[in-house]
Design a protein around this ligand. Structure first.
Ligand SMILES: *Cc1c(COP(=O)(O)O)cnc(C)c1O
Length: 354
């Protein structure tokens, strides 16, 4: 088998998606399945749709276009504000885009006129995490402007928390989003069909029993892919956390001193290495590195520690046995390691089940 490779268990992902869709439906919340960590994988988008997500969201036009080309017919949301340089591609392929800038919205309107289509808009609102979003006090003014732009339809509002500053979704900021939805509908006599409360970090809030208010959509990536909520990275009850396994091959295995000899300067990536002398150790090298994944996001098997990484080498210490060349070692991945493994051309993707 090719190495390094990422084994992707589609049955485990399907279970996760279906479980979350069912559980959230009891709260009146629909799920947008987010595929950006999977390079816009059509296989994963399709299984999410079969499991009941209503729409697919991705932050990159390339991914949305590849989903379209691979036959995904359902609504696709561009969940990052469009680049003005891409507005033609956006209106041609995304049903809805998330927006927070009037300049971009004007260009989307022009592009929609040219394409003879109508483009849906979700206006993103800043509620404390300080990534994207219109300041709440500016929302009404922005809505007024967008309503004047031809070929655009405001489909809803949304917010994104717990990304830039880790601000938790809670009763207060979610109530604020609900109140904004109500006041915009009243002021402009329009109906907002999508009130998108956030991402995988919102699950604790939903399940806490707080009033859900007007929130009727969440955009879920990591919780489906890795089975974890994202505030503390706790496992979500019943979900699979091991749908992805990254496998790499041993290319050197020797007994070496644990402490280097000579004057210590910077390593390949600028850090200082601070090894402690613990005598001779079983050291092995795997043919995988920073071009393939985020080594800090790899969870090694028991009795193995990661000593360091460069572009193409991952150096391990084995506490028990020495490995042999050609042997394969399996790792679990966090979101960062997954994202980079999925997007690395050096990693073979192996689809299991499904
Ligand atoms: C990435 C992203 C999501 C999904 O986040 P997860 O933590 O993976 O659930 C949702 N909304 C926006 C705007 C995003 O950029």
């Amino acid at each position: 088998m090719n190495a390094p490779r990422l084994e992707i268990n589609l049955d485990k992902l399907y279970f996760n998606a279906q479980y979350l869709v069912k559980k959230l439906s009891r709260y009146g919340i629909s799920v947008t399945g987010v595929t950006k960590a999977t390079l816009g994988s059509e296989k994963i988008a399709s299984l999410m749709l079969r499991a009941g997500v209503v729409t697919i969201g991705d932050s990159r036009m390339e991914n949305i276009e590849s989903l379209r080309q691979n036959g995904v017919k359902e609504q696709l949301f561009l969940i990052r504000s469009p680049m003005i340089s891409q507005v033609d591609r956006v209106v041609a392929n995304a049903s809805i885009s998330f927006n927070s800038e009037l300049d971009v919205l004007k260009k989307l309107s022009e592009a929609s006129i040219l394409a003879g289509c109508n483009h849906g808009i979700v206006l993103m609102v800043e509620l404390g995490d300080l990534r994207e979003g219109i300041m709440p006090s500016d929302l009404s003014k922005t809505v007024e402007q967008v309503l004047k732009l031809p070929n655009l339809t405001i489909r809803g509002i949304g917010t994104n928390l717990a990304c830039q500053n880790g601000v938790s979704p809670d009763a207060e900021n979610m109530l604020k989003l609900s109140q904004l939805a109500c006041s915009i509908e009243k002021e402009f006599d329009i109906k907002l069909e999508i009130i998108s409360g956030g991402n995988s970090a919102n699950l604790n809030w939903v399940f806490s029993g707080d009033s859900i208010g007007r929130i009727n959509n969440l955009r879920l990536g990591e919780s489906i892919l890795l089975g974890r909520e994202t505030l503390s990275r706790n496992k979500i009850d019943n979900l699979n956390t091991d749908a992805f396994t990254l496998i790499a091959e041993v290319i050197e295995s020797k007994i070496k001193p644990s402490s280097p000899t000579g004057h210590i300067a910077q390593t390949a990536f600028g850090e200082k290495s601070v090894p402690t002398d613990r005598g001779d150790i079983f050291q092995s090298i795997l043919a995988i590195g920073r071009q393939d994944t985020d080594p800090d996001g790899l969870i090694p098997p028991e009795n193995i520690t990661i000593l360091g990484t460069s572009s193409d080498h991952l150096v391990l210490e084995s506490k028990k046995d020495s490995f042999s060349c050609g042997q394969e070692i399996s790792f679990q991945v966090n979101y960062s390691a997954l994202l980079r493994a999925m997007t690395s051309p050096y990693i073979t993707k192996v689809w299991l089940n499904g």
